[in-house]
Structures are given as C-alpha cells and as structure tokens.
Write a protein that binds this ligand. Structure first.
Ligand SMILES: NC(=O)c1ccc[n+]([C@@H]2O[C@H](COP(=O)([O-])OP(=O)(O)OC[C@H]3O[C@@H](n4cnc5c(N)ncnc54)[C@H](OP(=O)(O)O)[C@@H]3O)[C@@H](O)[C@H]2O)c1
Length: 269
C-alpha cells in the first residue's frame, strides 16, 4: 500500500489528527492521503499540508494501510458502502462517528477488516484531546497500537469496552462545550466585578486549564484538591456555597446523562 494513513472526510476532527500526526512526525506528508467532498477544500488541504488530497474516497480506501473515517455520522453508512469492497484484512478501519456502533460498521464490510471505534473531542485541535477507543475483538495488538499512537499525537487515549461509548460521548465528546459555558460564565462574574472581558476570559480559561492539570498530574480525587484550596472561613467556601445553592453539581451530572441518552439515539433517528 502506498500510504500509511488515509483520512476520509478531513473536516475539523480529521484535519486536527492530520495536523497532530505531522507535527509529532508520526508520519511524513508523503505517507498520507485524504479525501473531502469539495474541490476548494481539497486544494486548500493539499496546499497547507503538502499531502495528497483527493475527492475519491475509494482511492483512499484502496491505498492506505490505516483508514480513518471522519465524515458526519449521517454519511458513514453511505461512505462505507462506497469503499467496503476495497478494504482488506491487512488494513485497519477507524471510525470517529458519534453513535455509530462497531457492529453497524462491520456488517457493511465485505471482508474481516479490523475496525476501531474512536470518540475524540475537539481539543484534539490543540493537542489536548481525550480519545476513547473500542477495538473489535479480533484486532491484533500491533494494529491497535498503531491506532493508539495515532491518537496520542493529539492528546490522551484510553481503550474501553463499547458499552461505555455513549457515556464517553456525553462526557468527554461533548464536554468541551460544557466547559466553554463554564469559562464564559466565570468570565461574566469577573466582568460583573469590574475586570475587562479580555482579562476575565484569560483568568477563567487558565484557571480551568490549571485545575484540570492538577487533577491529572497529582492523580488526587478532585474533592481533596478542592479541600486544599478551601481555607476555613476563607473566600473560596463562600463561592462554593453559591455553586451548591445554584445546583451546579446536579446540573452537570444531568448534562452528561442527557447527552449520553441522545448519543444512544443517534443512529436511529
Ligand atoms: N467535532 C467534534 O467535536 C467531534 C467529536 C467527536 C467525534 N466527532 C465525529 O467526527 C466526525 C466528523 O466531525 P467534524 O466535526 O470533523 O465534521 P466536519 O468538520 O463537518 O467534517 C466532515 C468532513 O467530511 C467531508 N465529507 C463529507 N461528506 C463526505 C463524503 N461523502 N466523502 C468524503 N468526505 C466527505 C467534508 O468535506 P467538505 O468540507 O469538502 O464538504 C468535511 O471536511 C463525525 O462523525 C463526528 O461524529 C466529532
């Protein structure tokens, strides 16, 4: 096969992975082929990344060892039908489509092609993504490892059973949007108290980033870290009391529950 990696549907997620792979030097531009739907987008990607970009999904499926399918969920089945006969047992197919189960993908393939279902999030675009992978049962460890290495170029990777994928979609898949809302609201608080919008957003965003990092680096339970910054009779406990009073905790829990339920319905709408 001519290419190490083929990306079908190089939109927001596909392009972020393309960019991560190149900047981390996992592959060279000449190892990559990708496809999109429109000529203008094709030319733009070819010019900016120096990779081969085409309009023919079948060429990507035929020529790439690892095929990443990153079209919208509603286009996945149609795209699979288009490329199914070209994928073979030596290639690996990775789908990032939200709500599309492994079985729905595998049942469309002509041969026993190893498939991995992936759920990344938009933070892959800055190399801080959270991606959860679910491989099919018969994938060999080296093939799974190549997929793990691919997503590690754009952030953290976990491998989980498929039964958790809807919850993953509702938490880390949709999660950046929840956190944007939290950052915006924290900044509003700063603006209300006289900070400029620009300063307030920077303070809020870096605080979220720093808090997230302390959780991941220390491995401590967030409640313990919260206790460490909450001085008796100090300032922070007053802020926390307001958050509890406003039901922030239960509101966030319910956001994940609702989004998970929605993810469950995606393929059936
Ligand atoms: N965005 C997220 O936060 C996120 C998170 C997790 C998973 N996902 C999953 O990632 C997938 C892609 O999402 P996205 O946000 O990256 O979407 P997107 O930005 O709209 O990208 C989709 C890309 O697919 C191309 N495309 C559409 N139909 C095609 C076809 N028939 N053949 C070849 N290319 C085609 C489009 O090309 P043109 O530009 O030329 O039309 C576009 O570049 C979805 O399945 C989604 O569920 C997204």
């Amino acid at each position: 096969m001519k290419y190490q990696l083929g990306i079908i549907g190089a939109g927001k997620i596909g392009e972020a992975i393309l960019s991560g792979v190149l900047s981390q030097k996992l592959y060279a531009p000449s190892d990559l082929i990708l496809s999109v739907r429109t000529e203008q987008h094709r030319q733009d990607l070819e010019r900016r990344y120096g990779v081969r970009a085409v309009l023919a999904n079948r060429e990507v499926a035929r020529e790439a060892a690892l095929v990443l399918l990153s079209v919208k969920p509603r286009s996945v089945i149609e795209t699979l039908q288009e490329i199914a006969d070209l994928l073979h047992e030596g290639s690996v197919l990775v789908s990032v489509a939200a709500g599309v189960p492994l079985e729905a993908i595998q049942s469309r393939l002509a041969k026993k092609v190893p498939v991995v279902r992936a759920m990344p999030n938009l933070a892959v675009s800055v190399g801080e993504g959270m991606t959860v992978l679910t491989p099919c049962r018969f994938i060999d460890p080296a093939a799974l490892d190549s997929v793990i290495r691919l997503f590690r170029t754009v952030g953290r990777v976990l491998v989980l059973d498929e039964q958790y994928m809807d919850a993953v979609t509702g938490l880390s898949g949709s999660g950046p949007a929840y956190v944007y809302l939290i950052i915006e609201a924290l900044a509003d608080g700063g603006v209300k108290m006289g900070l400029s919008r620009e300063v307030a957003i920077e303070l809020a965003a870096q605080t979220v980033l720093g808090a997230a990092k302390t959780v991941l680096v220390s491995g401590e339970h967030p409640a313990k870290l919260k206790d460490q910054v909450t001085t008796p009779a100090g300032v922070t406990i007053d802020g926390l009391m307001e958050l509890e009073d406003g039901g922030l905790r239960v509101t966030l829990i319910k956001a994940v529950v609702k989004a998970t339920e929605r993810a469950r319905q995606l393929l059936h709408k």
